[in-house]
Design a protein around this ligand. Sequence first.
Ligand code: IPE
Ligand code: IPE
Ligand code: MG
Length: 257
Amino acid sequence: MKNKINFEQTIQLNEQDLLKIIDRQKLPKHIAIIMDGNGRWALKRGLPRSVGHLAGAESLKGIVEICYELKIEVLTVYGFSTENWKRPQQEINYLMNLIIEYLNKEIGELCKKGVRVNSIGTLQELPQSVQDVIANSVERSRDNSGLVLNLALNYGGRLEITNAVRAIAEAVEVGCLKASQVDIQTITDHLYTAGLPDPDLLIRTAGEFRISNFLLWQLAYSEIWFTNVLWPDFRRQHLLSALVDYQQRERRFGGLQ
Ligand code: IPE
Ligand code: IPE
Ligand code: MG
């Protein structure tokens, strides 16, 4: 891409034009998304928050589609954080049922497209029915070699790192590992994301400029892209705009150009 295009220009472009600009050789391997703004989307329409969550699940379908079409390796989506238990029980119940419905409805199509479902988070604390449907989706799609759809459910970065530290400490305690052998790779290997590349691009919708306990370790060198678009309004062309922007960034990883 020779001439830089700014975001204001990309939002004027339709999907076909954006697809022409994107360099297929320079796509991120791993895209992570904080899907935020479902509640505000509903509130703006005078609807209950649950309707926003339902519309958000529809948005996810379109984004998964474009990701496998572009042959992105991993898409990690933040569906429920370890802090979201603070919400009213009714909303939590709705979200749990939505996860079940989404997976039950989509798993057939996901498998057809070669998507492999994976999850990160403390799944044991989710209702058994949610755990079962996740396990079933993971099992049914385990041999697929296309996009990895990584669902962050009851996920929190601090808890993930805490659990990793505990497991490493236990290994040291029983003599399997020396404290002096613990390095960056040891910690990386004990996270839920072990084996997956770090996100190259993090997208957060709904105009919030924070990480909200998402992938604290893994986002060390991710490019971050914020948009005011609320998640239920987030479409394929928004993702493509983010990719155009991403491809114009200079990733230095602390070095020099
Ligand atoms: C994101 O939308 C979905 C979850 C956190 C589960 P929100 O529900 O946070 O929507 P806002 O931020 O209240 O608009
Ligand atoms: C982050 O959004 C969690 C998910 C999108 C699942 P929140 O809406 O929970 O984040 P805060 O509370 O605004 O930081
Ligand atoms: Mg929110």
